[in-house]
Ligand binder design. Structure first.
Ligand code: HEM
Ligand code: HEM
Length: 152
């Protein structure tokens, strides 16, 4: 089961990245159009993908093979690049991104003009996107590299 969850966590990265790009493009290009049911639905899909990834991540960071329960006794976590990444940098960076996504999706419920909704959502999602790109263990990141796709 743990492998399955890791694979899902890996795969959802791509779902989140694609949905973020679609949402960002829509909100920037629809700046002067109404905020539609379609905009809401795309935000909802993004939200579900992000929150599912968060839930799996919370499990992994505690009980997973790179989680807190498996840190060897006496490891200086903040000095060790690997553990600092998986226990601190990745979870904190992603948590910030998911909070921004959650706020960006919540913009739809505010009583502000549609143009302002598009603008706020576009900006929040863009910042979230930057946090995600910065916090993924990409294959070119020395010492913390992980595969681009599940099980590779
Ligand atoms: C650690 C687990 C999770 C936490 C801490 C969490 C937290 C939150 C929070 C704080 C909101 C507030 C939104 C608001 O203010 O309106 C929210 C909304 C939402 N969550 Fe989660 N969530 C988690 C897991 C999940 C999962 C597993 C799913 C779906 C598979 C999910 C789907 C949603 C959806 C769809 C909404 C938005 C509802 C709406 O605005 O229409 N969440 N969640
Ligand atoms: C947008 C949200 C997130 C994305 C896109 C994301 C992406 C990824 C990716 C691509 C990996 C490598 C997977 C692999 O080795 O195949 C990974 C691993 C991991 N993630 Fe996340 N993550 C997110 C959120 C989180 C959060 C919120 C936490 C913790 C609270 C977390 C904890 C972890 C842990 C502990 C690992 C290492 C798991 C292992 O290799 O056993 N992630 N994440």
């Amino acid at each position: 089961m743990e492998t399955g969850l890791l694979h899902l966590h890996n795969l959802l990265r791509w779902v989140i990245i694609i949905l973020l790009l679609v949402n960002i493009f829509r909100h920037f290009s629809a700046a002067n159009k109404p905020y539609t049911a379609g905009d809401k639905k795309l935000g909802l899909f993004l939200m579900i993908a992000a929150h599912t990834t968060l839930l799996i991540g919370l499990y992994q960071v505690i009980f997973g093979r790179f989680g807190w329960v498996h840190v060897p006794e006496g490891t200086p976590i903040m000095k060790d690049k690997f553990w600092r990444f998986f226990l601190i940098e990745h979870p904190v960076g992603m948590l910030i991104a998911i909070v921004l996504i959650t706020i960006g999706k919540g913009v739809a419920k505010k009583s502000i003009p549609d143009a302002a909704k598009h603008k706020k959502a576009a900006i929040l999602f863009t910042i979230a996107f930057i946090f995600i790109l910065a916090s993924v263990p990409w294959p070119f990141r020395e010492g913390i590299a992980r595969p681009l796709f599940p099980g590779m």
